[in-house]
Design a protein around this ligand. Sequence first.
Ligand SMILES: [Zn+2]
Ligand SMILES: [Zn+2]
Length: 294
Amino acid sequence: MLSTDFESSVESLDHPVDNAPVRTLQHKGLTIEGYSRAAVQTYWRVPELKLGFDLGGQPWSFMSTPNWFVSHVHLDHVAALPVLVARRRMMKMEPPTIYLPADAVEGVELLLRAVQRLDRGRMPARLIGLEAGDEVELSRELVVQAFATKHTLPSLGYLVWERRKKLKPEYHALSGDEIRDLRLSGIEVSAEIRLAKVAYLGDTAPAGLDAFAEIYRAQVLILEMTFVAPNERPSLIHKFGHTHLDDLLDRADRFENEVIIASHFSTRLHPDQIQRIVEKRLPDSLRGRMKVWL
Ligand SMILES: [Zn+2]
Ligand SMILES: [Zn+2]
């Protein structure tokens, strides 16, 4: 038996493998799956959109997701990048497409080459460097926009837009036939409208929240709340490119999101303490909408 036949007969996605924790939430037809703790590991995906954010770990089930957006290359966000590439090759899936801050592409290429040399397996991946403001068209309906965040390394957040065509108001009174005739004569009768579906911030100081107001209107917002204790020094937290519960409370009125997932909590406190502190301090306007994922 060829070794590749053997591999494909023992590795399967049909049976669950519980190799990494995953929290789950359903919202308006989307499933948000993920887990994030500072300095431990961070990974998220939305299977319906065929995309994920960050590769600090790689739950076995996540390998079927083909498009990945990396916020920055600290190890807790990128350590499992070679794992994703190798698993998809082993399972005879298409190489993944991995979008990441442009400054990091060369280093990640070197990393994959080093793993290839050690592991002696090919490491096929499409690595695409992005700058703030770049847009990626994943499909006719889906566009992902990169925006600047503020961390200690070059870093990006991502906003997933759903695009729809909508008839321009000046044509609302026309009949279906008239609209069709206009369309056939080459006139653009519809305009694009965009709906912010999911925003992901990665690691960032509060400046990352303030620089791109669209994130406050995304249906689902995934953000970091690394620190919650009252005795933490804001200047230090911000210098290291992170956000404190107080920073989010200062902006409580701005969140129009339907769901906000707070994550990336530091390991300094017990999960029960974190939960207790956040619950006590959340204003009514955020209670119920803001989920604490530990
Ligand atoms: Zn991190
Ligand atoms: Zn980081």
